[in-house]
Structure formats: structure tokens, C-alpha cells
Design a binder for this molecule. Structure first.
Ligand code: PYR
Length: 375
């Protein structure tokens, strides 16, 4: 119903109602004006994800609005990484008829409840960090520009096998989160397909602080690699405790591990973590260098992949708004679905038929306290 209403408003503006030129969604001086809602994990144990994401979005917003073709107002809501809070935030944004599309939420666990609501209400929504299996398949209005675990994890495991001649693995995963559970499913499948022997599968829960039981068992089985599906907080603590117990084998992690927070929390214990990434800040690319420079100037630290994916996501939204020619939810959805060959800081990007990502990952390893290309 909102969609119909906003279409009517746009139509009346096109009909020559000059006074309405300042309303959202209507063109003033040719620019498409839209509110884009943001649902982000900006407080609580995973707040560094949301901080990077909102920083990336704000930087892109400044640049996009400076160009004059599209004018985006960001309406940012905190989800604290919780399903119920993410849903409340989504409902608030969806009930605002000025909100044309939504970016976020941060976690797949949150998208699992928010995505179906957005789809039902006809509000286009794009995750920038939601990597679990099945997210864009929630519905026609659900997109993501984040690298799915299904592409990332097999790439990391391949490199680790090649480098370390790995044959035996232990798997450790959080069984109370959609992303960590899905990452585990992908790890198990990839390990089986590559003929690795799975010595044990251990689980943990969010906020757990003691991993002694799981790690003692893993240590006794002498794996060549540990595959761990975790968000950065639990992941960093697991690595710290593992190294303190004398477990020095490499870890392969998913997207939740691909944060500088792992190094901030675990220090040297994070060395030997392998992750696949859609973004590498040291890449010899003018766009990447410009983004890194501007981000550092604005926020006093280097951007991570969460910032980079969010930055590109807002540019993708802006491109779709421009192509839609109006701030209309259905028109934005259709324009998003048609994005092909978008050239951002993550490289060339397209959505496939299901609103999922077509992209090549780079594999990184933490060495000497920094992410480096893993060759
Ligand atoms: C997810 O929840 O999907 C992440 O990748 C963190």
C-alpha cells in the first residue's frame, strides 16, 4: 500500500506540482531523493561490524550526494545483533513511507527474520555482510552484495590443503546462529568433497568464554587444520585459548572471522587464521587506494571488508535509484535486480537471477599480526 501511495506522490510531482519538489522521492533539480534505512549491529559484542558498515555507508553517501544525481538520506537503526531488535528496527523503517529501501541487517541470523518481512511488504533490502546459505532466496526483494560462505570457504580450504598438505581436520562451530551454523554446513560439505578426514565436530554458543573441553579434545586428535565457524568475539577467544594450550595449526574461518577485531582481541594468537575475502585493502587499484585514503582520513583507521562492502552497497543502491528514476520501492527492486557489471571497490559485481553475488574471493592469512595475501 505504501508503494502505491508513493507512486501516486511521484506521479503528482511529475504532473508539475512544483511545491512537492522537496518531498522525498521527488526530483528536485533532477536528483532522485530517497531515504535508505540501515539496520546495523552498532552496540554489543559485535559492534565493530556495525561501526565499519555505517562508516562505509556514510563515506559513500557523502560522495554520492556530492555528485548530484541521487540524494540519499540514511536512516540508521541499531539492531545490537539481535533478531527481535532487528525486526523492530525493520518495522519502523518499513512503516516510514519515505524509506525506499533498506541496507542490512548485519547478521544472517537477523536477516532470517527481517528478510521475509521486507519481502512481504515489498521493501527492497540488501545485506552487505550476510553470508549464510539461502539469504537472497528468501524472496524477490532480498539481495546481498556480501560474499557467500559457499564461495569463500571452499576457496580457503583449497589454499590451506595446497599449502599445508592437510588431510585431517577438526570442525568447531556456533550452533545457535544462522551464519555460524550455515558456515559449518559449508565447511563440512567442502571437507567431504575434498576428501579430508573430519576427526571431530565440536560446538559452542554465543558469549561462551571457556572452550577448554572442545579444544582439549581437538588437541588430542592432532588435526592438520581447524575449521571454525564463528563471529569475531568467540572466534578470537577460541584462537587465544587454542594457542595457549599449544595448538599451533592453522585455522580456516568464515566471514565472521574476517575482521581486524580478531587481531585486536587475540593478538599474536590470531596468526595462522585463513579467510577468503571479497576485499583486500592493499590491492593495486586506484579506486581501492582512494577509498582507503579517504576512510583513514575520516575515521583514523584502515577500512575492513565490512566497510568496503557497505560502501559499494550504497553505490549499488544509488545506481539502482538513478536507473529507477524515482524513489519507488518496486521500481528500486526491479532496478537492483538488473544491476550487472557494476564496477566498485570490490571489483566487478553482478547479481545473479536470485539476487545473490557473482564475485571471486581473495584468500588471506594473518601473519605477524596483519592480514596478508595467502599464496
Ligand atoms: C553473517 O552473519 O552472515 C556474517 O557473515 C557475519
Amino acid at each position: 500500500q505504501f508503494t502505491a501511495l508513493s507512486s501516486l506522490l511521484v506521479l503528482s510531482a511529475c504532473g508539475g506540482n512544483q511545491a512537492a519538489g522537496d518531498e522525498d522521492g521527488e526530483s528536485s533539480g533532477g536528483a532522485v531523493k530517497a531515504d535508505i534505512g540501515v539496520i546495523s549491529y552498532i552496540s554489543g559484542p559485535g559492534a565493530a561490524y556495525g561501526e565499519a558498515i555505517t562508516n562505509g555507508l556514510k563515506l559513500a553517501q557523502e560522495e554520492i550526494n556530492g555528485k548530484g544525481e541521487v540524494e540519499i538520506n540514511l536512516v540508521i537503526e541499531d539492531s545490537a545483533g539481535k533478531q527481535d531488535q532487528a525486526l523492530t528496527a525493520a518495522q519502523k523503517l518499513m512503516n516510514s513511507e519515505n524509506v525506499t529501501g533498506i541496507i542490512g541487517p548485519t547478521l544472517s541470523t537477523e536477516m532470517n527474520v527481517v528478510g521475509p518481512e521486507a519481502d512481504l511488504n515489498g521493501v527492497p533490502i540488501m545485506g552487505t555482510s550476510t553470508t549464510a546459505e539461502g539469504i537472497p532466496q528468501i524472496g524477490d526483494y532480498v539481495f546481498r552484495n556480501s560474499l557467500p560462505e559457499a564461495l569463500a570457504i571452499p576457496a580457503s580450504i583449497d589454499k590451506a590443503i595446497e599449502k599445508y598438505d592437510a588431510k585431517k581436520v577438526a570442525i568447531l562451530y556456533g550452533n545457535d546462529d544462522v551464519f555460524t551454523k550455515s558456515g559449518f554446513d559449508t565447511m563440512k560439505k567442502a571437507a567431504e568433497e575434498k576428501g579430508l578426514e573430519i576427526l571431530t565436530i565440536e560446538t559452542f554458543q554465543k558469549g561462551q568464554s571457556d572452550y577448554n573441553a572442545q579444544l582439549t579434545k581437538i588437541k588430542g586428535l592432532k588435526p592438520d587444520l581447524i575449521l571454525a565457524s564463528a563471529l569475531y568475539n568467540e572466534g578470537a577467544v577460541i584462537m587465544d585459548q587454542a594457542r595457549k594450550m599449544g595448538i599451533d595449526v592453522p585455522f580456516v574461518g568464515g566471514n565472521g572471522f574476517n575482521s581486524p577485531e580478531v587481531i585486536n582481541i587475540a593478538g599474536d594468537a590470531a596468526n595462522g587464521l585463513i579467510v577468503a575475502t571479497p576485499w583486500y585493502g592493499e590491492k593495486e587499484d586506484d579506486k581501492v587506494k582512494e577509498f582507503v585514503g579517504k576512510y583513514e582520513e575520516e575515521y583514523g583507521k584502515k577500512p575492513d571488508q565490512f566497510a568496503a562492502q557497505a560502501y559499494d552497497a550504497l553505490y549499488i543502491m544509488a545506481e539502482a535509484l538513478k536507473n529507477a528514476g524515482e524513489a519507488d520501492r518496486d521500481a528500486l527492486r526491479d532496478a537492483l535486480a538488473e544491476i550487472q557489471g557494476f564496477n566498485g571497490i570490490l571489483g566487478e559485481f553482478s547479481f545473479d537471477e536470485e539476487g545473490d553475488v557473482v564475485m571471486d574471493p581473495t584468500v588471506l592469512v594473518i601473519e605477524g599480526g596483519a592480514f596478508k595475501e595467502f599464496n
